[in-house]
Write a protein that binds this ligand. Structure first.
Ligand SMILES: NC(=O)c1ccc[n+]([C@@H]2O[C@H](COP(=O)([O-])OP(=O)(O)OC[C@H]3O[C@@H](n4cnc5c(N)ncnc54)[C@H](OP(=O)(O)O)[C@@H]3O)[C@@H](O)[C@H]2O)c1
Length: 163
């Protein structure tokens, strides 16, 4: 199974200057809890933004520059090779963690969406590709209000592709 996990603002912003433009601990915790134990696929720019290999998960990085990466990472050099790898393990849930370039290429194949909406407007240079939600069914939704630690309210939604 192929799943996307991401956080976007109200306008679809997901990144700025190679980073995420907000700091929302409740979403970081959600990302960690949801992806823990599962393979995590990221583009090289997103992987670089983590600054380290994320523990407890197989870190799979899409890049043409394999020499730049640590041996702890599974390097994949093309979309075709990534699709082959994932199709060999149909019982696993592959979490695609972005960025925009990677989401865009995998959009035709994604089965499940873990979407966080941050209820704010941020300046950004990277946007989530447009998703046709009519092809998906909302299966879960919950809201978290802003507080002293999380400066914006968030909505956590899960969608599954309609068969
Ligand atoms: N808000 C969120 O949830 C979220 C999630 C993820 C990322 N982000 C943000 O999004 C931004 C990064 O996104 P991005 O779209 O610029 O970059 P990206 O998708 O993370 O990485 C792009 C890089 O991945 C590699 N790549 C992509 N497709 C490939 C393919 N088919 N074959 C081989 N390599 C491939 C290439 O690396 P090489 O140049 O090494 O070949 C390419 O330069 C950052 O600001 C990040 O913080 C936000």
């Amino acid at each position: 199974m192929i799943s996307f996990i991401w956080a976007q603002d109200i306008d679809g912003v997901i990144g700025r200057d190679g980073k995420i433009p907000w700091h929302i601990p409740v979403d970081m915790k959600y990302f960690k809890n949801t992806t823990m134990g599962h393979p995590l696929v990221s583009g090289k720019r997103t992987f670089d933004s983590y600054k380290r290999v994320l523990p407890g998960r197989e870190n799979i990085v899409l890049t043409t520059q394999i020499n730049d990466l640590s041996d702890e990472v599974t390097k994949v050099t093309s979309l075709t090779k990534l699709l082959e790898l994932m199709s060999k393990n149909p019982d696993k849930e592959y979490f695609i963690s972005g960025g925009a370039q990677v989401f865009k290429q995998l959009l035709p194949y994604v089965d499940k969406l873990y979407k966080t909406t941050i209820h704010g407007h941020f300046a950004g240079d990277t946007f989530m590709p447009v998703i046709d939600y009519s092809q998906f069914k909302l299966v879960s939704s919950h809201n978290v209000i802003a507080d002293d630690y999380n400066s914006y309210a968030c909505t956590f939604e899960i969608f599954e592709r309609q068969k």
